[in-house]
Design a protein around this ligand. Sequence first.
Ligand SMILES: Nc1ncnc2c1ncn2[C@@H]1O[C@H](COP(=O)(O)OP(=O)(O)O)[C@@H](O)[C@H]1O
Ligand SMILES: [Mg+2]
Length: 379
Amino acid sequence: MLGTLKTIGEKTLGKSSLESTFHTLLGRAPIAIWSIAKDGTYLMCDGKGLESLNLKPGELVGKNFFEFRKNSPRLVENVKRALEGETFRADVFHQNIWLDTWYTPEYDSNGNVISMIAISIEIDERKKNEEQLKIAREQAETRSEAKSRFLSHVSHEIRTPMTTILGFSEILKKEGISEKDRALFVEKIERGGKSLLRLVDDLLDISKIEAGKTTVEKKRVNLTEWLSEVVSFMEFTASKKHIILDLKYEGKKPKTIYTDINRARQILTNLLSNAIKFTEKGAVTLTVRCYTGNTSSDDVIEFEVEDTGAGIIPENQKNLFKPFGQGDKSISGKYGGTGLGLFVSKQWAERMGGSLELVRSEPGKGSCFLARIKAGPFD
Ligand SMILES: Nc1ncnc2c1ncn2[C@@H]1O[C@H](COP(=O)(O)OP(=O)(O)O)[C@@H](O)[C@H]1O
Ligand SMILES: [Mg+2]
């Protein structure tokens, strides 16, 4: 290659002018030119690009390439290919940088390969950009897949109660329906409507969370009064299923707490209603613990909700906090629900400086969830 360059260059620039142009290029451009004889001897190595490999121009001349680069199998492979007469281009990740290299054989007058010459350009920046683009593209694809999945779930969740509502409304139009049936059908319509309303509320919450519009509005409340209000609201549902709902305090009990009461109620109600929903017999226990933090705004209130219900098989446990992450479809089908409650609750808990997690769950024995939120300063 150099030979050809020289012949062309000498015609237009003249020999000394060509050499000086060539030296300027090698000294300034981030390239490296290196040449290797058939037996592996370095014939030449030059160019500013050597700096990033911690090499100096000419440093390797006379050394044996195959010996020097024995720990770089891809590089050795490429040089061998060029020495066998192949001209090609390859990207190699070498000494922590990406090099784009052209390899080409050089021939003697009989047409036998006597050496090879390579020109390498550092393309680290480009490779990094390519990597970042690839990651960004993959993330966008995942997000758009998740969105489609989410929408198809939402449509399904709307369709089910809607079908119930429309179906039973149609039946109610008919004459001669007994009072007992009428009451039953109206109840089904009401349940469908409520479930739609819950879905819409959860969806609104999700869109707020996604848009980052989640302002936490703190208020001071009397802990005992507030909790007994939340619990007595849930007691009604529990008593219908003959389940005992127990409220216990452990440790220090402040008079008032300071937190976003509506969100706290939402988290707690969701945990309690899940516990009641998925329990056929036994009890649901809410244990409340308050911890003072290093600073008063780090005071934390903890709600532990334990039940003696259906439990969750290990395989389904990892999906609980994902949108529509309903565990067992046959179970959630029986009990209803949107599969958004735990997802929304966890997001809120985290935005209130806390967390929501499953502590333990055993199929057939029960589950225990733990929510933690900042609620200080206590008083
Ligand atoms: N206490 C519990 N016992 C058994 N399974 C539970 C319990 N809490 C949640 N789950 C499982 O987690 C799923 C998701 O709960 P959630 O996000 O509140 O949605 P939903 O209550 O609308 O189904 C439920 O469908 C159920 O499979
Ligand atoms: Mg729920």
